[in-house]
Design a protein around this ligand. Structure first.
Ligand SMILES: [Zn+2]
Ligand SMILES: [Zn+2]
Length: 422
């Protein structure tokens, strides 16, 4: 019986995994340069963590979460994490990380889960690389986070990504904008999609984010949040932009970008690629100055982002340089003496950091050589009765076809001297 994976859940197999590893390695490198530490948070959390932090009227909480009752008899509701920020903030508060050092720069890598319509680059189990800078409300850290992403895209060789920037204001200035926007929307209520009509009162900003053409059309002349910012928000946003300009980072303002989640304030951003179609965000995030307090911690500002690894991998494509590592040596064995020799001999080589492949079945020499070729082994050693008897073998370099007689005792030195690749 053949059992397939669940729709929207995918395997990442050799051939593709090399690009994933490449992306993760570069992300770790750039996080180290910006002094971020890794944090690993659980995949399952209490449902209320997400409904509380993301907002009850968001798409994620309304219809996309994988939620189930725990089998503990009490029926507590648990959810597979749909994003990473809530969990990281929960951990920061729970461990009271702010007691020893309020400023924490944390990053995470791992799977997230949302019951969305599966499509290219968007799965139900999808992977994110994200970061949260907690404890700093200044515009410099906003700029740092954006520069980190710019550097990451350069490091992986991803071009054609564009930074879109907005400010969502703060508790001082947003209510006035919200009021005017709601009045504007009410005049056009009949033109909005049912979804927008339903949540307009509770979250008018989300209407600007709606993908329905009718809603985009109806809100074309909507007031801009940027005209409503208070002096503090204006200064903050101006500084972020100045720092980006001083660092040579291009951006464009997008006052319609409200992000899907309730916790955002002030600086919000998306890095988009025109090569991704309508799901064009590669990385997105923003400031969430009230979230730590909402989740039971002391007043602590924060800013963060997440990037979708599937989309990055899609954009980067497969490159020869990211193919599976080739073995340093392939040992082809003919006859029982060679077969008894090979396992302990190869074991010693592997202990010295030399990667070795071999065959356990009694295949013909020809088919063993074919396999060595297919694996792109750097060297091949052919072992038969004669080689065991004399203690010498022929090491063949598969690229140059150079042949070299080596003593079996000196195999390790011979390989290391020829700079086996790692
Ligand atoms: Zn403000
Ligand atoms: Zn709509």
């Amino acid at each position: 019986m053949k059992i397939s994976a669940i729709k929207g859940f995918a395997d990442i197999l050799p051939g593709e995994i090399e690009t994933w590893q490449f992306v993760e390695e570069k992300a770790r490198a750039v996080f180290a340069l910006y002094n971020f530490s890794e944090v690993r948070i659980p995949i399952v959390e209490k449902t209320e963590l997400f409904s509380r932090s993301l907002g009850e009227t968001t798409d994620i909480v309304e219809k996309e979460m994988y939620t189930f009752a725990d089998q503990d008899g009490k029926g507590a509701l648990l959810t597979l994490r749909p994003e990473g920020t809530a969990g990281v903030v929960r951990a920061y508060v729970e461990a009271e990380l702010y007691q020893t050092e309020p400023v924490r720069k944390l990053f995470y890598l791992g799977p997230m889960f949302r019951r969305e319509r599966p499509q290219k680059g968007r799965l139900r189990q999808f992977y994110q690389i994200g970061a949260e800078a907690l404890g700093r409300g200044d515009p410099f850290v906003d700029a740092e986070v954006l520069l980190l992403l710019r550097d990451f895209f350069s490091l992986v060789g991803l071009d054609g990504v564009i930074l879109e920037l907005n400010s969502l204001g703060c508790v001082q200035c947003r209510p006035r904008y919200r009021k005017d926007l709601l009045a504007f929307l009410k005049e056009r209520e009949d033109k909005l999609c049912p979804n927008c009509r339903r949540r307009m009162e509770r979250n008018p900003l989300r209407v600007l984010d709606c993908k329905e053409e009718a809603c985009r059309e109806a809100t074309r002349g909507a007031p801009s949040i940027l005209d409503y910012l208070c002096q503090d928000c204006r200064d903050h946003f101006e500084t972020v932009q100045q720092l980006l300009r001083d660092s040579g980072v291009d951006y464009k303002l997008n006052p319609r970008m409200v992000r899907g989640l309730d916790y955002y304030c002030r600086t919000t951003f998306e890095w988009t690629s025109d090569r991704l179609g309508s799901q064009n965000a590669v990385a997105a995030g923003g400031r969430y100055d009230g979230l730590v307090e909402d989740l039971g911690g002391p007043p602590t500002p924060g800013i963060g982002f997440a990037m979708g690894v599937e989309r990055l991998v899609l954009l980067l494509g497969a490159k020869e340089s990211r193919q599976a590592p080739r073995p340093d040596l392939y040992v082809a064995c003919v006859g029982s003496a060679a077969r008894s020799w090979v396992i302990p001999a190869v074991h010693k080589l592997r202990q010295k950091g030399i990667s070795v492949e071999m065959d356990g079945e009694e295949r013909s020499l020809k088919s063993q050589m074919r396999r060595a070729d297919k694996l792109k082994a750097q060297f091949v050693l052919i072992m038969g009765d004669e080689e065991i008897k004399t203690g010498k073998g022929i090491l063949r370099h598969m690229d140059t076809k150079e042949q070299l007689e080596v003593s079996l005792r000196g195999l390790e030195e011979a390989l290391l001297a020829r700079k086996v690749s790692h």
